[in-house]
Design a protein around this ligand. Structure first.
Ligand SMILES: [Zn+2]
Length: 229
């Protein structure tokens, strides 16, 4: 019995080790720009698997973090004129962000990096998830990631036989638009003695906006047009 468990564990270690290493290598050798590589690597989130399979994954996780840093902070060059771009610090980047972007930065839903050439002939603004990105969704009115939940109302309590329903009310920190989204509360589970009454995982049926983030391509402001690399 233990022997079989050990074999399965070793096979899983090998599988995850190869899987993540190959995926990371394919991203690393691709011709994409750093920003696209960063996003692809971020999507390859290994979660906490590296804690359960530390033999291959702890090292790979170190490499994962190192690569993310590289793709975000390595020197970039303008696609317009090939000149080197410099990353502005948080004080200097303010001048290049609009009011909505500054609010996103203040509430930490988005973290912007602003890269400029020395002569300001190209300005590249890149969006990254902020520390509090999970607390905000995109506003339907202004499209900034500034819609924060202000209160929740339970419409129907979940029972062992039926789903419940709650409505989350949001207010946009940027344009003050108010929206609400209804969510299904999962049914209670009978077996578990310590069942959570309202559950933490739920499927949401949205009345207005979806909560998907819109971290598309890096937008280039000011003089520049294309995404530089
Ligand atoms: Zn808004």
């Amino acid at each position: 019995m233990w022997y079989i468990i050990l074999i399965i564990y070793i096979l899983l270690c090998i599988y995850y080790g190869i899987y993540f290493y190959v995926r990371m290598a394919s991203i690393h050798i691709s011709k994409e720009d750093y920003y696209d590589k960063y996003k692809r690597l971020q999507n390859l989130n290994m979660g906490f698997k590296y804690m359960f399979f530390p033999i291959p994954l702890a090292t790979i996780h170190e490499l994962y973090l190192k690569r993310l840093k590289e793709y975000r902070y390595n020197p970039r060059f303008s696609k317009l004129n090939g000149k080197q771009l410099t990353l502005l610090d948080s004080e200097k980047e303010i001048a290049h962000l609009n009011d909505g972007q500054l609010i996103e930065e203040n509430i930490k839903s988005v973290d912007y990096d602003v890269w400029v050439t020395e002569d300001r002939s190209d300005i590249l603004i890149l969006r990254y998830y902020g520390e509090s990105c999970r607390s905000y969704i995109e506003c339907d009115e202004c499209n900034y990631e500034a819609n924060g939940r202000v209160r929740t109302e339970i419409i129907k309590i979940a029972t062992y036989d039926s789903y419940g329903e709650r409505i989350n009310f949001y207010e946009c920190k940027n344009c003050n638009a108010k929206t609400s989204i209804s969510e299904t509360i999962p049914m209670k589970v009978r077996e578990s003695s310590s069942s959570s009454s309202s559950g933490s995982s739920y499927s949401s049926s949205s009345s207005s906006s979806s909560s998907s983030s819109s971290f598309g391509g890096g937008s280039s402001g000011g003089g520049g047009a294309g995404v530089s690399w």
